[in-house]
Every structure is written in structure tokens, then in C-alpha cells.
Design a protein around this ligand. Structure first.
Ligand code: N01
Length: 642
């Protein structure tokens, strides 16, 4: 078990404290000190952060103010230790809000307070754990749940069901938990949101080694969670779901599965939770000749670790988030790299992208109670709803405009300035890499300069000529050049809008899920859809977040809602709930209108955010707060009760 949530006692010697404070994130540290001592006078006006920006983590504090804050922290920690290291009683709501206001340098709006308290998850209290149990409500009722997938969302759902005493089986096609973190083992794979936010609110890890940890660390975290939650025995590994069919008479789902030995079996369940993720099934490009290449070729999510790239000419199709992570690594090994880029990307600077967490920060996170949680809160704020206006579409926007509004223009200037700076001696590369579409039209790739630096290497070639076809020898571009390759890697993404592919799901009265969607997946709250009673999606349609927040947060909201639905079934004695069509349609109209006010909605740039029809099927266009509010409680009036 590597999830350290233990806080060690402070040493008697002040020196290690003084040393650690050099790496302190001061805006988070002072509220932590105020909390453990109960002394709110530590939140001094002269030490108030002015901004919440990832690029300015000390909140704009001057060097003198930072030194003053460190001295204050050293004194406070020493006195607190000498008085017995007794953590003050939990702060009042008013005091918590003062600490929050301090940390972000502005007034936290009242409506955010309950949400943020959940996210902070102080005092080992899991604020989102169900406070009820199945047997206490209805011990006789059969309530079996089948969860499809043991990735981040599936593990979470299993944990919550277990807490509520509900019987469940997780069906996982892989041999282990972890989902995307199990499958994507390409070199350079790491989480591009900050770790301290990309983790369960109730299972925060205080000792992340990196700000953006590599794949193996994330996989270990999710393995450890599965272990700690004691859910592994309920997971059927190496087992794939073939189809899921609803029995109208009995209100029971039949989940047909195939094990590793090819044997099929049917599992019955009163409810099904799909936790299969959006970015799971690799997408091969619609290019003539895919499969014709005679050398080794593979998709980034199926990395071939047996290949020795030394001295080889490697071609890569795609420049999305995956390719932007593995190409720099390939360029360190291969003799030559040819990158085939169809559309350029915007790159967001993340200065600590490859940095280890500084020793002092780590020390404080594991020695000062609540410091790690306050840092998570700071991140939550820095990367969440405050960022949304930057991708808003102003009324003045016209198709073809390079920005969607004033703030989007400022974002564009920032991102373009960073790229121009790196490539200042190569106008040809600036020309090829700077997009002519608004930032956030498709996913912004996170980077700390590694990408442009890779492009500057002599043996790396960025090919922007469109691909005509793939040949036995390599890639033929439309200018007639055949790029001879030894290895071809497809960094071409996933079948994101084909939700639940290739599973077949048949609901009430024989309704087929994929036929009902007709290539355009929709759901109510991204969780339920008409004709599929007691069938719930996690990370379903329109629940992907583009700029604001961590997807773990969304899964926590979704699972909370699903649990509310199950509780309703137990309490009401109803067999099933089926989403009302009018509720579902009205909801989706609002979502569609919302997405048309965002850069990704109005832009015609290709991206996995859209289904084949061009509708944004993936993204949530509103605030995190709104999703939290909508999923907190289930309203029976939204459902046909069966
Ligand atoms: O896939 P993508 P990805 N001809 O779909 C190109 C998450 N993720 O695997 O832009 C030529 O973004 C395509 O070109 P274009 C993250 O959410 C997270 O990189 O469509 N090119 C594009 O360049 C991310 O957004 C992390 O014109 C073709 C590329 O292939 C999502 O996964 C790390 C083509 C596909 O890019 C998917 O990222 C990695 C064709 N026919 C990924 N078809 C984290 O750190 C496609 N392309 C958590």
C-alpha cells in the first residue's frame, strides 16, 4: 500500500522545518497552520495572495512577503509542536470560508462552500460516503448491480456500493484494475492534470512523487485503492461483456459475458453501471492502406515494448495528447522520427509538468496536517470554474475567427507567445504549429516546452503534407513523397463518441441503445437515458471536462447520483426507474446550447469531442458547481417509475 495519508510528528529540531519551508506552497500553508492552531490571525492581510494562477504558485507574493510568511510558519510550527502538536477543534464554517478566501485571494461565493468542503475532505471524513445501507432500508429486496469496467470510475462505484451494503460484480476485460492507466503504457505516459487533484477526494495521496505522475504511479494508486477498498474479490478479470439485455417482465438485466477461456455466461442484475470510459477503444485512422505497412506498426494504447527503436526511422501519425507525450521519448531513441500532423494543437505551458515534487513540499505534506488538502483546494480553484470564461463564445464571434472572444484572445496570445518563443529561430515550424483556430476548439495539449524542443531536433521532421495512403514501405503524402519507415506508430486516439462500443445493450421493449442514439450519444446528466431502466453511465455522454477540473470529480458526482437512484428504488419499492423522454430531451437541448457557447462547440476543427454528425457528444459546457448541484439528489419526477 503506497497511499500515504499518515502525517508524521514534527521533529524537535527546527532545521528540517526551516529547510522544508523553502519549498512550501505558501498560500496553502497558512490556512493549514490557521486550521491546526485555530489561530486565524495567521491569515494576515499583508500575506494575502493576489492571484490563483498555476504559473504563479505563490500567488504574486513578493520575495519579502514570502520570507515573512516562512518565518511566521516556522515560529508557528515550532510553538505548535512544543505545545504538544494538538490539532485545534474543527473550524466553524465561517472560519473555513475565511481560510478559503485567503487562499484564493478573493471571496468564495456561498454556493461553492458545501462543494468545496467535500473536496477538501478534512479529518479523514469521507463526506460523500453513503450514510445509509441497503439492509437497513430493505433487507429482503434483491439488488444486484453489475459494473462494467474496473478503471477509475468502476473502482469508485464498487467502493460506494460496498459501503452501502449492495451486492455487486465488476466485469473487467483486462487482467487487472486501472483502465486507461493499465492499457496506456507508452513511454512518457503521465497524467496531464495535476495529481493532487486527479485522485479521489476521500483517498488523497499526500506523497505524490510528481506533480504529474507517470502512468505506473497512477496505476499503482488505483491498484492500491482497489486493495484498500477491498473490492478485488468482486471483480471478474479477463472477462468481457458481450451484451446486456433487459427483461421487461422481471425488471432484470441479463449481462452476457465471455471469459478468457471463451466460455460464455450470463450474470443477472437489477441495475447496471457502465464504467467503460470514453477513451478506451483505439481508433485506427480512415486512411487508405492501413494494415499495408510491412514493418512493425501499432497503436499508442497497444505499445509494442519489444521494439528497439535505436537507429530506426519511426513514423507517427497524430499529434494529440498521447503522441505529444511519446514522441519526445521516441526522439531520444530513434534514428529519425517523422511526425505526420493533420491539424496543429494549442499547447498550454505547465512548468512543473515533468518535475518531481520538491523534497520540502513533500515533507510538509506528510508532516503538517491539512496542508495537502489545502493545496488540493488551491489546485481545484486554479484549474476549475474560474477558467471557463476563457473559452466562452462572445456574441461578436463569426465562423473562421481565430478567437471566440476577448478572454479567449488573451489565452491565444499567451499560448502563441510561448510557442513563438521556443521556435523563434524556426519560422517554418511556427508556421506549421500555430493553429488558426481558437484555443480549446479541441483539447489543449499540456506541455512544458518539451514538444517544441523535440521539433527542433535535427532528426525530427514535422510533415504537414496530407497523407495520401499507407504503403508497404511507409507513408505516401499528397506531394508524391513516400516516407520510408522502419516502424509506424498510430497516435490516432480513441473511438470516443462511440460510447459503449462494441457492447450491445437492449432495453425496454427491445430498444437498442446504439440504434436509439443513431451515432449521437445523449443521456440525462450523462447518466441515464429513456428505455434503459436502472442502467447508469459513468463518464457518459457530455460529462467530459475540457478546461475546468479533474475527471475524477465528475465520477464522484455521478456515483453519488447513482447511489441516490438505488436508494430511491429501495425506499420506494419500485422495480425500476426509466428516464422521462421530455426531461432527457430538454436537458440535452440545454447542453447543446451550452456547448455552442464554447470554443469547441462552434469550431469546425476535427476533434474527439464530436460525434460524426458534428454535435458535441462529449463535453460538459457549464461549471463544476452546476454538475455537483444537479447530481447531489435524484428527483423521482424525472423518471417513469416502474
Ligand atoms: O488522441 P487524439 P490522443 N489522418 O484524438 C490524428 C486523453 N489523454 O490519444 O487533430 C491524420 O487527441 C489527429 O489529427 P486531427 C486526453 O483527453 C490524456 O492523443 O484530428 N491524422 C490527432 O492529431 C486526450 O485528448 C492523457 O487532425 C489523424 C491524433 O491523430 C485524449 O486522451 C494523455 C487521422 C489523435 O489525437 C486522446 O488523446 C494522453 C487521420 N485520418 C491522452 N485520424 C493524460 O495525460 C486521427 N489523426 C491524462
Amino acid at each position: 500500500m503506497t497511499i500515504s495519508r499518515e502525517v508524521q510528528p514534527l521533529p524537535l529540531d527546527d532545521e528540517p522545518i526551516r529547510k522544508a519551508l523553502e519549498d512550501a506552497h505558501l498560500p496553502s500553508l497558512l490556512p493549514a497552520l490557521a486550521q491546526i492552531t485555530g489561530d486565524l490571525s495567521l491569515l494576515r492581510e499583508d500575506l494575502f495572495p493576489e492571484t490563483v494562477l498555476l504559473t504563479d504558485p505563490q500567488g504574486g507574493l513578493s520575495e519579502e512577503a514570502q520570507a515573512e510568511a516562512r518565518a511566521l510558519a516556522l515560529r508557528t510550527l515550532g510553538e505548535w509542536r512544543d505545545a504538544g502538536s494538538v490539532v485545534a477543534p474543527p473550524p466553524s464554517l465561517a472560519d473555513v470560508r475565511r481560510m478559503m478566501d485567503f487562499l484564493i485571494g478573493e471571496h468564495v461565493s456561498d454556493e461553492y462552500l458545501p462543494l468545496l468542503l467535500e473536496e477538501l475532505a478534512f479529518a479523514d471524513k469521507d463526506a460523500r460516503a453513503p450514510e445509509w445501507s441497503k439492509n437497513a432500508i430493505n433487507a429482503d429486496r434483491s439488488m444486484r448491480v453489475a459494473i462494467v469496467g474496473a478503471g477509475m470510475s468502476g473502482i469508485l462505484a464498487a467502493h460506494r456500493l460496498q459501503q452501502a451494503g449492495i451486492e455487486y460484480t465488476v466485469i473487467e476485460k483486462n487482467e487487472d484494475v486501472g483502465g486507461t492507466w493499465f492499457e496506456n503504457t507508452y513511454p512518457g505516459a503521465r497524467v496531464d492534470s495535476s495529481n493532487h487533484a486527479y485522485s479521489y477526494s476521500f483517498m488523497q495521496k499526500f506523497d505524490w512523487p510528481y506533480h504529474h505522475s507517470p502512468q505506473e504511479v497512477l496505476l499503482e494508486y488505483f491498484r492500491d485503492c482497489a486493495e484498500a477498498f477491498d473490492i478485488r474479490d468482486n471483480i471478474r478479470f479477463n472477462t468481457e461483456v458481450i451484451d446486456v439485455v433487459y427483461d421487461d417482465e422481471r425488471a432484470v438485466w441479463a449481462v452476457r459475458v465471455r471469459g478468457a477461456d471463451g466460455a460464455e455466461e450470463t450474470i443477472e442484475a437489477e441495475a447496471v453501471i457502465s464504467a467503460v470510459g470514453q477513451l478506451n477503444r483505439p481508433k485506427m485512422p480512415a486512411i487508405e492502406g492501413v494494415g499495408a505497412f510491412e514493418g512493425p506498426s501499432f497503436h499508442s494504447a497497444r505499445w509494442d515494448h519489444d521494439i528497439d527503436f535505436a537507429g530506426k526511422t519511426v513514423g507517427v501519425i497524430g499529434t494529440g495528447s498521447s503522441a505529444s507525450q511519446f514522441i519526445p521519448h521516441l526522439s531520444d531513441r530513434a534514428g529519425e522520427v517523422r511526425i505526420f500532423q493533420r491539424t496543429p494543437n494549442w499547447y498550454a505551458p505547465a512548468p512543473n509538468y515533468h518535475e518531481r515534487v520538491a523534497d520540502g513540499f513533500l515533507w510538509l505534506a506528510t508532516h503538517v496536517p491539512t496542508y495537502a488538502q489545502w493545496y488540493r483546494f488551491w489546485l481545484f480553484w486554479a484549474i476549475s470554474d474560474g477558467f471557463l470564461p476563457m473559452v466562452e463564445v462572445d456574441d461578436s464571434w463569426q465562423p473562421g475567427d481565430e478567437v471566440t472572444g476577448k478572454l479567449n484572445g488573451e489565452l491565444r496570445d499567451l499560448l502563441a507567445g510561448s510557442m513563438r518563443n521556443y521556435l523563434k529561430d524556426r519560422p517554418d515550424l511556427i508556421e506549421k504549429t500555430l493553429p488558426d483556430f481558437p484555443p480549446a476548439s479541441k483539447r489543449i495539449v499540456v506541455d512544458n516546452g518539451t514538444w517544441p524542443k523535440t521539433l527542433l531536433k535535427e532528426h525530427v521532421h514535422l510533415v504537414t503534407e496530407p497523407i495520401e495512403r499507407i504503403t508497404p514501405r511507409g507513408v505516401l503524402t499528397e506531394d508524391g513523397e513516400e516516407h520510408a519507415l522502419d516502424v509506424l506508430v498510430y497516435g490516432t486516439g480513441f473511438q470516443a463518441s462511440k460510447f459503449l462500443t462494441p457492447m450491445k445493450v437492449v432495453g425496454r421493449n427491445g430498444a437498442d441503445m446504439h440504434e436509439q442514439w443513431d451515432g449521437d450519444a445523449r443521456a440525462y446528466l450523462g447518466i441515464t437515458m429513456p428505455n434503459f431502466p436502472n442502467f447508469f453511465f459513468l463518464y457518459g455522454p457530455n460529462t467530459n471536462i475540457v478546461v475546468n477540473g479533474s475527471i475524477v470529480y465528475f465520477s464522484e458526482c455521478e456515483v453519488q447520483y447513482v447511489l441516490e437512484c438505488l436508494k430511491f428504488l429501495l425506499e420506494s419499492g419500485r422495480q425500476a426507474i426509466d428516464c422521462r423522454t421530455d426531461v432527457h430531451d430538454a436537458y440535452n437541448e440545454r447542453i447543446d446550447a451550452g456547448n455552442l457557447k464554447r470554443a469547441w462547440g462552434v469550431s469546425n476543427v476535427p476533434s474527439w469531442y464530436k460525434s460524426d454528425s458534428g454535435r458535441v457528444a462529449q463535453n460538459w459546457p457549464f461549471t463544476l458547481l452546476e454538475y455537483w448541484q444537479q447530481t447531489k439528489k435524484m428527483d423521482p419526477a424525472d423518471y417513469v417509475l416502474l
